[in-house]
Design a protein around this ligand. Sequence first.
Ligand SMILES: [Zn+2]
Length: 198
Amino acid sequence: MPVWAPRVSKLKIRQLYETDARGIYDRALIDEVGYALLARCESFVAAVRAVAGEATCPRCGAVVSHTGQKGELLRCPCGWELTWGAYFSTIQHKQLSGAEPVLRLFREYVAAYPRARTSRERILLIDRLLHGFHWYYKDDTPTRPVAINLIEGRLGDVIAFLEDLTYGNRSTPGTRECFAVWRERAEVARGWSRCKET
Ligand SMILES: [Zn+2]
């Protein structure tokens, strides 16, 4: 069965922002969070691709195309096989779906993070990723924070968690500005979701 990287725990992310607010770069902690997010982003991109018709073989990594029929048997040359229905059940209800703007954000993060040399660059990449949004394709309105796809918890918990992260005078420059933009977009997103519900 395919295995998807889990969403990242709030504890480590909170510690990351607390140490950053004190002006400390803890490289081990940064990379623990950074690579957990990278694995999650890779899983997200692979899951969306699988749903779009190109599943990844969990044994050898080859791409196995399918038409989306639940009973269709996915067969890889390496000998692995599974029905699409069983494959899809590993993806459902795991916050593993999104459209192109989110995929672009996640792919960019996956490519950029390992190449970033300094702790400061890595913090900024993590920060930008965590404060991304899903966008409504028709009018480019933010719909919900991508943090729901990256951090464990329900949407309301995750939003409250991001609102509660610690910033200080010694936080990496740019992080508080990123949060300010995020908060404005979150307001729009909340309004937009309410309109959709009613
Ligand atoms: Zn295979």
